[in-house]
Every structure is written in structure tokens, then in C-alpha cells.
Design a protein around this ligand. Structure first.
Ligand code: ATP
Length: 373
């Protein structure tokens, strides 16, 4: 990722019938960036992606690509390709022809330029160079998605994962500057999806293409993205690196959507102190006023289980579930139930002590709208 802005959405608004779906959305996307639009179903991620791709027009606002306004240009006139969730492959064509399609349906002028063919050559020579260029490009694209040797396979004889790779190869063959991916892994089983996440990230780094990825799966977003745009009802809630979104969510909505978290009402005290669950804790300095109510976020893995005499909080285990590596506990402190992850084993009914390092306590402004998701 570098600091050159490639795409800018400026005050983009989109309405369907009487529903405002994207509300005054502004966003800058950088060259070589892997950016993910993340949010629950219906929050406007796909609509935003489709406006960037040219499949929908914004009602107002601007979509600027490479410094030029692109609002009204059709998809084929944009330096963009798209991979859809449902692959959209041609079942009657084999793998080669599906991948070649991205180039074959371009006009000759485009292809002469794309393959650097000398326009002074005879028509026959030009056509031959284009044909061999397409052959080479298909093989290269199939190599890239690890489908070398599958050229003659029928699409119907490929697995879901392989079909997704064909769709990727088809989108990459004409070397777009930007690749849009709309939940491309949703139909794959978990293991395959995890492999593809890793491969997509590697591919993006290697090719230096800007990827804009849409998902409702927060883990997927965390694994692959340079930055994540968390959306709710057509509005960006937070735009940050995965680490920041996880460790420093700006509000309850983000904290709840990204991973598990305890969100506890507290009161900020001057100079990096916060009181919650009737106990004073040291935290980092925040720009809150003395005695200002705050929402305190503590991730379940950020509690230390300690002996009772060292504890800041003492609670009773009300549930303990083994999760493979760690145990997930519910711990009742007063009448508040905390989620706590620990590698140690505890039984329901055990009394345990908890401590939290100051930098693991994250404070947020109390949301006006307490609704989460
Ligand atoms: P999902 O993950 O379910 O696709 P999303 O966040 O991508 O969700 P969008 O597909 O952008 O959401 O849809 C947002 C809202 O806009 C939905 O309520 C949807 O029904 C509506 N919508 C999208 N496209 C159209 C359309 N062409 N006509 C009417 N309503 C539409």
C-alpha cells in the first residue's frame, strides 16, 4: 500500500425507491491497497462496490478514479474488473475460453494496444500476434490461480473452489488496476475459504493491484485487509487497520461486530483512571472530561486470571466451554456477566480473580444510539 489516492468517493448518495441505502459516503482508497467493506447484510456494501464498478450510478456525489470523475462511465470503460459471489462463469465454455473471455470480447483497438502490436503490420500478422498474446495471457492467469493444465476442463467438472479460481483468472487476465470482489469466498467451505484468503492476499501483494473486497465475515476482513471500512446502514462507522478496528473500536457497534467483547458502563477519571464494576482501574489517557460516562471495552482474552489476593475483580464461573486451545468462561462479577478466555481449566462454581493491564482497557464515547446489531 502506498499513499497515492487511486479512488475517491466524495459525498456519495444512493437511494432505491424511497430507501436511502448509501448516505453521504466519503472514502479514499490508495494504490495497492487491500480494502474491505465490512458490515451486516443490507448495510450497503455491495451497492457501494457496484457504484465503484459502474453497475449503479450514484444519485449524487462523485466517484473519482485516477483523478477523473467516473460517475457516468460504464463498467467496461473503468480500469476495474469484478469477481462476483456466484462466479458468473459460462458453463458451455471450457476453462480456457472462460478465462480468455475477458480479452476476447474487447475490441481490436484495445487488444492491439494491450499486446503492444505494431499497427503497421498486416491484418493477418496482427491477428496472429493477438491470438498468441491471448493464449499466453490465459496460461499466465491460470498459473497465477494454480490451475495450470486445466485449460480444456469443462466448468461443470470443476469444484466450487476451482470455479472461483477460474473467475479470478478471468478478472485478472487484462491486468486491471482495481479488482472488486463481492463475497467471492462465501460459497466455499471453511478450510478452502481460509486457504483462498491467504492466497488472495499473496496475489494482491504480488500483483500490486488494488483489491476492494466485500464481506460480512469479520474474520475474513481481519485476515486479508490493509484497512477495513465498517459500515452500518449506509454510513461508515470506522475506517482503520484491522488492529485498530479490533483494539480501538470507536463505538459499541464496531466493538460488537468485530470479535467478542465485554462492553461495560464506566466513568472516566482525570489522568488515565476509569471506574467500572465499582472498582478504580488505571488506563491510558483519553480526552474525556473528569467524571464523564464512558463505554469500557475489554476483550475476553485480555483478562489475566490471578490469585484472589492479587485480583482487582473477583467473580464466580457460571459457564466453561473448551474451545480447542483456550477455555471460554462466563464469570459473574456482582450482577455483571463477563466473558473471559483463559488457557487454564476452571469448573462452574469456581471463584476466580481477574486483573487487566491498563493498555488492555479501551474507552469509547457513550453511543447516542445504544443499539448494536
Ligand atoms: P448483502 O451482504 O446482503 O448483499 P449489502 O450490505 O451488500 O448486503 P446491499 O446489497 O448494498 O447490501 O443492499 C442494501 C439495500 O439496498 C438492501 O436493502 C437491498 O434490498 C437494497 N437494494 C440493493 N440493490 C437494489 C435495487 N437494485 N433495487 C432496490 N433495492 C436494492
Amino acid at each position: 500500500m502506498n499513499s497515492n489516492v487511486l479512488i475517491e468517493l466524495s459525498h456519495v448518495v444512493k437511494q432505491f425507491e424511497n430507501d436511502l441505502i448509501v448516505k453521504d459516503l466519503s472514502l479514499k482508497i490508495y494504490e495497492n491497497e487491500f480494502l474491505t467493506l465490512l458490515g451486516p447484510s443490507g448495510c450497503g456494501k455491495t451497492t457501494t462496490l457496484r457504484m465503484i464498478g459502474g453497475f449503479e450510478k450514484p444519485d449524487s456525489g462523485e466517484i473519482i478514479i485516477n483523478g477523473k470523475i467516473f460517475n457516468y462511465l460504464p463498467p467496461y470503460a473503468r480500469p476495474i474488473n469484478t469477481v462476483f459471489q456466484k462466479y458468473a462463469l459460462f458453463p458451455h465454455l471450457n476453462v480456457f475460453d472462460n478465462v480468455a473471455f475477458g480479452l476476447k470480447n474487447r475490441n481490436k483497438k484495445y487488444l492491439l494496444k494491450f499486446f503492444n502490436v505494431d499497427s503497421n503490420l498486416s491484418k493477418k500478422e496482427q491477428n496472429e500476434l493477438i491470438k498468441s498474446g491471448i493464449n499466453k495471457a490465459v496460461i499466465e492467469a491460470l498459473n497465477l490461480v494454480k490451475l495450470k493444465g486445466f485449460e480444456n476442463r469443462k466448468i461443470t467438472q470443476m469444484s466450487g473452489g476451482q470455479q472461483q479460481r477460474v473467475a479470478l483468472a478471468r478478472a485478472l487476465i487484462n491486468k486491471p488496476q482495481i479488482l472488486l470482489l463481492d463475497e467471492p469466498l462465501a460459497a466455499l467451505d471453511l478450510k478452502l475459504r481460509q486457504n483462498m484468503q491467504y492466497e488472495l492476499k499473496e496475489m494482491q501483494k504480488k500483483l500490486g493491484i488494488t483489491f476492494i473486497f466485500v464481506t460480512h465475515d469479520q474474520e475474513e476482513a481481519m485476515t486479508m485487509s490493509d484497512r477495513i471500512v465498517v459500515m452500518k446502514e449506509g454510513v461508515i462507522q470506522q475506517l482503520d487497520t484491522p488492529k485498530k478496528v479490533y483494539n480501538e473500536p470507536v463505538n459499541r457497534y464496531v466493538a460488537t461486530f468485530i470479535g467478542e467483547s465485554n462492553i461495560i458502563s464506566g466513568v472516566y477519571k482525570n489522568n488515565g483512571n476509569v471506574a467500572f464494576l465499582n472498582v478504580d482501574f488505571k488506563c491510558e489517557n483519553y480526552p474525556f472530561n473528569d467524571n464523564e460516562p464512558v463505554d469500557v471495552v475489554i476483550r475476553p482474552e485480555d483478562f489475566d486470571v490471578v490469585s484472589l489476593d492479587q485480583a482487582k475483580l473477583i467473580g464466580t464461573v457460571t459457564s466453561s466451554i473448551f474451545k480447542g486451545v483456550h477455555n471460554e468462561l462466563d464469570v459473574l462479577v456482582g450482577d455483571y456477566k463477563l466473558m473471559v478466555n483463559t488457557y487454564e481449566n476452571y469448573q462452574v462454581g469456581d471463584k476466580i480473580g481477574l486483573k487487566i493491564d491498563p493498555y488492555e482497557i479501551h474507552l469509547m464515547k457513550v453511543s447516542d444510539n445504544e443499539e448494536t446489531i
